[in-house]
Design a protein around this ligand. Structure first.
Ligand code: FE
Length: 406
């Protein structure tokens, strides 16, 4: 656990608060102050009260940009091994689905995770979490789904919690038992869903589950099976989200909307009925341009429909060993602008306030008195630069709840 003062003050050249429905909420020559992990003052230096100015240390001027800390609302970053060999196969023409049907893909990572102890899994996963934090992230969602048996799913979720404790950041866990069918249930998806619903109850009782997700896809689980998982979640009062309509339109966005889900993720093949269902339920659209990029997809998410219906768009890394070995959320913002034509402002909102909402968190994602002192410092001049640079990192530091964590 990183420790440090939970009260402090900082002056900076430019503050990006995002504290408005549109625009960056830009304040030049600004001051930020926090107490006990919560922001107490956000505004121009010229109008800051003396009590705040007196708290500024002589070296407390940052000659750059300060934004809300980034929120990565969709990752699978706890895993063992890697799938570089599969990457090579795909470059030779094999498709993601071909590899999955041949027993590779997700199931090859399942084998590696089942063979890994909890400590080995933590050692393998921590550097990935550190990389995300070093590029601005202070809140991270982590899914299970590479264990596919009770003990291995538990191990993954425990490692996710330990990552949060070790790095001093917020980690939200998601049970993704319905990710793939393990070999011991071959031909019996219904029986597997029954088993996974039982594990959900156990793991939830152990305090390891903040949300429930499923992979609703031809190579994953059907809408009817997904619905059963969602009903199990609802019975426990656990919110749901969904890998929806990534490779085909099975009506996943409409289904997650029907369950008042936190988010519908991927949604490349979602139609207008799905978008309307998400809007009605307040479900966030989570765009995952890393997977789109790596799989060389061509069908874009329904961006115009999302905008015209006013569905908030978040961006996440989808960090996983198969389709998105992506270790920077800022890089995901770059890919979202390049592939999906998001504006840099949409990308920043997508990686902060909308991503927080996709996790059901209303205490972060903008800089406003009363909210968490989760902020990132960047050595750039303009906010658009955050979605502009490829590689490297302009991140000069990250605070979580007033603590420096990077
Ligand atoms: Fe994913």
């Amino acid at each position: 656990m990183t420790t440090g003062p939970i009260s402090g003050a900082l002056a900076c050249r430019t503050l990006i608060t995002l504290d408005a429905d549109s625009g960056y909420g830009r304040i030049d020559d600004a001051v930020l102050a926090w107490d006990n992990g919560l922001l107490t003052h956000v505004g121009p230096r010229a109008s800051a009260p003396t009590s705040v100015l007196q708290r500024l240390q002589p070296d407390a001027f940052f000659d750059g940009l300060v934004t809300p800390a980034l929120v990565d609302c969709h990752t699978h970053l706890v895993f063992a091994g890697n799938r570089a060999a599969e990457f090579e196969l795909r470059l030779q023409g094999a498709s993601y689905e071909d590899i999955a049907r041949a027993g590779g893909g997700i199931l090859s990572t399942v084998r590696a995770v089942r063979d890994a102890s909890e400590d080995a899994l933590l050692d393998a996963s921590l550097p990935r979490a550190r990389a995300l934090v070093a590029d601005g992230v202070a809140t991270l969602e982590i899914k299970s789904g590479y264990g596919l048996d009770l003990d291995s799913e538990r191990r993954m979720l425990r490692v996710a919690r330990r990552i949060g404790d070790t790095l001093g950041i917020t980690v939200r866990t998601t049970f993704l038992g319905a990710h793939a069918l393990p070999p011991e249930f071959a031909g019996d998806a219904e029986g597997y869903v029954d088993a996974a619903m039982g594990w959900l109850q156990v793991l939830h009782a152990e305090g390891l589950v903040d949300a429930v997700d499923a992979f609703c896809e031809g190579i994953g689980f059907s809408p009817a099976q997904t619905r059963r998982m969602f009903e199990a979640a609802r019975a426990l009062g656990v919110p749901v989200k969904l890998h929806a309509d990534q490779l085909s339109n099975l009506g996943g966005a409409a289904l997650v909307g029907e369950f008042d889900g936190l988010s519908g993720d991927h949604i490349e093949h979602t139609d207008e009925a799905g978008v309307i269902a998400m809007k009605r339920a307040g479900t966030v659209a989570v765009l995952l341009p890393g997977a789109f990029h790596v799989l060389r997809e061509t069908v874009l998410p329904p961006l115009d429909l999302l905008r015209s219906h006013g569905v908030p768009m978040a961006i996440a890394t989808d960090c996983n060993p198969g389709t998105s070995p992506l270790l920077s959320l800022r890089q995901a913002m770059q890919l979202a602008c390049t592939h999906f034509r998001l504006t840099p402002e949409e990308a920043l909102r997508g990686a902060t306030v909308h991503a927080a909402r996709a996790l059901g968190l209303t205490d972060r994602g903008v800089l406003r008195p009363g909210l968490r002192a989760d902020f990132a410092r960047w050595s750039v001049s303009e906010p658009a630069e955050l979605a502009y640079w490829l590689g490297g990192s302009p991140c000069a530091g990250v605070h979580s709840g007033g603590h420096p964590v990077a």
